[in-house]
Design a protein around this ligand. Structure first.
Ligand code: PCA
Length: 202
């Protein structure tokens, strides 16, 4: 089995993106599955284009994208992506879409076909705080997840795909007052590893 796991480039003035830092720490093999790791640009549409090129090249059985959700206190396993771009801040190329549809002929929303509830439960069983999330936002992460789930619906029905949002790393919040919630990158990486085991075991 081959699993593509992606993180994102830092955005919004941050020096690191804990999502990609945690993805980089993953082993190359998890429970017998080959793990392919990559970084996506934090840019509307370009992030999704980069993901499509990776899927074309590697033909993975499953795709797990990981992004930073600064302010969320736990690892969030996303259930749904919506057909909307609505950016609070500019992306890394200065795009700031408002009220834009992602795919004109796409559905209003798609559900992840990963075992989201089992992933959350497995992380909790192993001591990593995790929760189901019913919104991936309306920024670049939702854009990438929406494209992924649209392709699964229309092009790759055998493929499984989904998204995990992760908290800030402590180094990103030390100078905030009060500091936003955070989780060390090593713990985030272990959470992603456990989520991948839950995907393999489903
Ligand atoms: N988080 C952003 C985009 C890139 C990332 O890591 C988001 O939640 O949309």
């Amino acid at each position: 089995m081959k699993i593509l796991v992606t993180g994102f480039a830092p955005f919004g003035g941050e020096k690191i993106n804990p999502a990609y830092e945690a993805v980089k720490l993953l082993p190359d093999t998890i429970a017998g599955a080959t793990i392919i790791k990559a970084e996506l640009p934090t840019v509307f549409r370009k992030g999704a284009q980069a993901l499509q090129a990776l899927i074309d090249t590697h033909q993975p059985h499953a795709v797990l994208c990981v992004g930073q959700a600064g302010g969320r206190p736990v690892i969030s396993v996303e259930r749904v992506a919506i057909n909307l771009q609505d950016a609070r801040i500019a992306d890394n190329e200065g795009n700031r879409p408002t009220d834009e549809i992602i795919v004109a002929e796409g559905k209003a929303a798609y559900f992840s076909n990963l075992p989201t509830r089992a992933m959350v439960q497995f992380l909790r069983d192993k001591g990593i705080p995790a929760a189901l999330s019913y919104t991936a936002g309306t920024y670049v992460c939702n854009d990438v997840l929406y494209h992924l789930l649209y392709w699964i619906d229309t092009l790759y029905p055998q493929m499984r795909g989904g998204f995990i949002h992760v908290p800030y790393d402590p180094a990103q919040v030390v100078n905030m007052s009060p500091p936003a919630p955070s989780m060390p990158i090593a713990a985030i990486s272990e959470g992603i590893r456990l989520a991948i085991i839950a995907i393999i075991n489903a």
